[in-house]
Design a protein around this ligand. Structure first.
Ligand SMILES: N[C@@H](CCC(=O)N[C@@H](CS)C(=O)NCC(=O)O)C(=O)O
Length: 321
């Protein structure tokens, strides 16, 4: 019996703010599980056909450390994917990259390049592991530094950005370029893969935090960047734009049409898109109170993420022009 036939439902434990969880969400949307599994669809999809229902774990309230969640993932981290089988036993897979691979192996092999030559297929998977490993050891610390430490604009431009550009250049020159062969802009050329989906959640947040917190453009070369770095940044920006436009990425990121639904509270969580005027409202016993306006929100990106995860509602009013 295939896993799919044996599967009663899937529960995805996630946090909207978490880039690791975002990786898994992209893989889930790409897996097109909903189309293959009517039961899964009826359990996990709302009638409004939003892409996925998930269990939001409120990291700001330390919900990941609570007993009920530790029973799902003893490591107390999001994401986690729980597969409940027909006999009501269940399997839990955690670690964002492992979840991606599990989904690829189980539901959608095309999330990594497949070839008639098994060595090429294995090599593609090796590339996924090599470059996600490079990324996780080299980018995530830079990302967390610029996002969570209050740095000066000067420190960002003279210290953080040159290192980031060097690391992007290494990735592009040794990873992207040999794979591109003049074809598409994804890591593996024309084919979107788990690798693109693993890197993009961090780059979306990196780009957005740099712009919103420091007024700095991640992709703009610095006067001190050499020719190779400048060339790499242009290639990286094309990659970013191609992956950002991928429907699974658009649906799961900060878009007005994506409304994550929470099973832990009834609050509607909506998301801010820059370019809109928006208001955060707190809804208590049917009464709405304005918390903060869009202009303030855009100044401190992390603050509005914090509001959102507490279940406030963000209303998109109109386009700022
Ligand atoms: N290596 C893990 C990292 C997951 C992770 O660090 N998740 C964070 C949220 S972004 C978390 O759950 N933190 C809670 C905690 O450490 O208490 C993965 O790739 O899934």
């Amino acid at each position: 019996m295939s896993l799919l036939q044996n599967l009663k439902r899937i529960e995805f434990y996630t946090a909207f703010i978490c880039p690791y969880a975002h990786r898994s969400l992209i893989a889930i949307i790409e897996s097109q599980l909903q189309g293959k599994l009517p039961k899964f669809a009826s359990v996990l999809n709302s009638e409004e056909t939003k892409p996925i229902y998930y269990n939001e774990i409120d990291l700001l309230l330390d919900e990941q450390t609570k007993e009920h969640y530790k029973r799902i993932n003893p490591q107390g981290k999001v994401p986690a994917l729980k597969l409940v089988l027909n006999d009501d036993t269940s399997l839990v897979v955690n670690e964002s990259l492992v979840i991606g691979e599990f989904i690829q192996e189980t539901f959608n092999p095309n999330l990594l390049p497949q070839s008639e030559n098994p060595i090429e297929t294995a090599f593609a998977k090796a590339q996924y592991k090599i470059w996600t490993s490079y990324f996780d050891s080299n980018f995530t610390s830079l990302f967390f530094k610029i996002s969570f430490e209050k740095l000066t604009v000067d420190a960002v431009i003279t210290e953080q950005l040159p290192i980031t550009h060097e690391k992007i250049s290494f990735l592009v020159q040794n990873g992207f370029k040999p794979n591109q062969k003049g074809r598409g802009d994804f890591f593996f050329g024309d084919q979107f893969s788990l690798l693109d989906g693993a890197l993009i959640p961090f780059i979306i947040r990196f780009d957005s935090n740099l712009r919103n917190q420091y007024g700095v453009d991640l992709f703009k070369p610095l006067p001190t960047d050499n020719e190779t770095v400048v060339e790499s940044l242009a290639i990286f920006k094309k990659w970013y734009q191609a992956v950002r436009a991928r429907p699974s990425v658009k649906k799961s990121a900060y878009e007005p049409d994506f409304v994550p639904l929470s099973t832990t509270s009834n609050a509607t969580r909506k998301v801010l898109v820059s370019g809109y005027e928006a208001t955060l409202e707190e809804e208590q016993s049917g009464k709405k109170k304005e918390i903060v306006s869009a202009t303030e929100l855009q100044v401190d990106w992390f603050d509005y993420e914090r509001y959102l995860t507490r279940g406030y509602e963000l209303r998109l009013a109109k386009l700022q022009k």
